[in-house]
Design a protein around this ligand. Structure first.
Ligand SMILES: NC(=O)c1ccc[n+]([C@@H]2O[C@H](COP(=O)([O-])OP(=O)(O)OC[C@H]3O[C@@H](n4cnc5c(N)ncnc54)[C@H](OP(=O)(O)O)[C@@H]3O)[C@@H](O)[C@H]2O)c1
Length: 263
């Protein structure tokens, strides 16, 4: 999975198609979508329109948390493939833990998508560590990735350690804290030192970490290009020490169906 991807929420319709086509043209090869974003068809249209071959692009999609009964999940997965105009998806995730669900049956269904080849890899998103451990160690699911909120002001040390021990990628969502990083004085200071942008500092800090990928959402060509160029930024120990000193408890995404994070 390329370490830098394009997030697509909350883009819809033509805006989403155009942004994905443009990103692929600029050099992105990793696109993040989900059934819950109502934009898989727009992404599918972009995959078809793009000059970049489908096999060269990593596409992640996800099943919403109220579709985790096996029959619902199969129907949702098939709708995802249909919308993406593809007979496979590179990575398929459970978007959030379910409520009153049969975890073993849900995971068995997820694993079946990998076994039949229609999901090249499988994973989960927004699972707290104890639930992730259960899926990996008790249910023996061959997970390749966990996607969670992770950025300069939200730590994920325990999940990241676990991901590394189990050879999983950790995909950082909201990596720019929805552009709030542009207003953090320490990031402005590091950015000024290197003649780059605070957003690029925030992204490179993530991308420099082993097993970490990041999926900033950007609609405009300028923002997409700037985010791509973050890969060229060189941070030093002094920069990393300054970022380490920022608060690490600033969670942004916490809907009412979220799990208990520290469970
Ligand atoms: N698994 C989950 O539960 C979950 C939850 C949330 C998000 N996600 C995924 O993660 C992706 C990214 O997260 P996010 O959208 O919450 O937050 P984000 O990527 O941190 O921030 C996106 C915002 O930052 C702006 N931006 C992007 N690049 C910029 C730049 N170089 N300079 C200034 N502003 C810039 C964008 O504006 P423009 O669009 O105008 O460029 C947009 O408003 C989502 O799109 C989605 O695919 C997953």
């Amino acid at each position: 999975m390329p370490k830098l991807g394009l997030g697509t929420w909350p883009m819809l319709g033509d805006e989403c198609t155009d942004a994905v086509v443009q990103a692929l043209e600029l050099g992105y090869r990793h696109i993040d979508t989900a059934a819950g974003y109502n934009n898989e068809a727009a992404v599918g249209k972009a995959l078809e329109q793009s000059r970049v071959a489908r096999e060269q692009i990593h596409v992640t999609s996800k099943v919403w948390w109220d579709k985790l009964q096996p029959a619902d999940m199969r129907a949702s997965f098939e709708a995802t493939l249909h919308a993406l105009r593809s007979d496979y998806v590179d990575l398929f995730l459970i978007h959030w833990p379910g409520k009153d669900w049969d975890l073993a049956k849900t995971i068995e269904t997820l694993v079946s998508f990998k076994e039949d080849g229609r999901a090249r890899n499988i994973g989960v998103a927004n699972f707290p560590l104890p639930l992730l451990k259960k899926v990996v160690e008790e249910l023996n699911a061959p997970l390749a990735a966990i996607q969670v909120e992770y950025h300069v002001t939200l730590g994920q040390t325990a999940l990241l350690d676990y991901a590394r021990q189990h050879d999983m990628a950790l995909t950082a969502y909201s990596p720019l804290v929805r552009n709030k990083v542009s207003h953090i004085a320490e990031l402005q200071q590091i950015a000024a030192k290197h003649g780059v942008l605070p957003t690029q500092v925030a992204l490179k800090w993530l991308l420099d970490q082993a097993n970490v990928a990041a999926i900033p959402k950007a609609a405009s060509q300028a923002n997409q290009q700037n985010n791509l160029e973050a890969l060229k930024v060189q941070l030093d120990d002094e920069d990393r020490a300054l970022i380490a000193g920022l608060p690490k408890n600033q969670r942004l995404v916490n809907p009412d169906f979220a799990p208990q994070w520290d469970a």
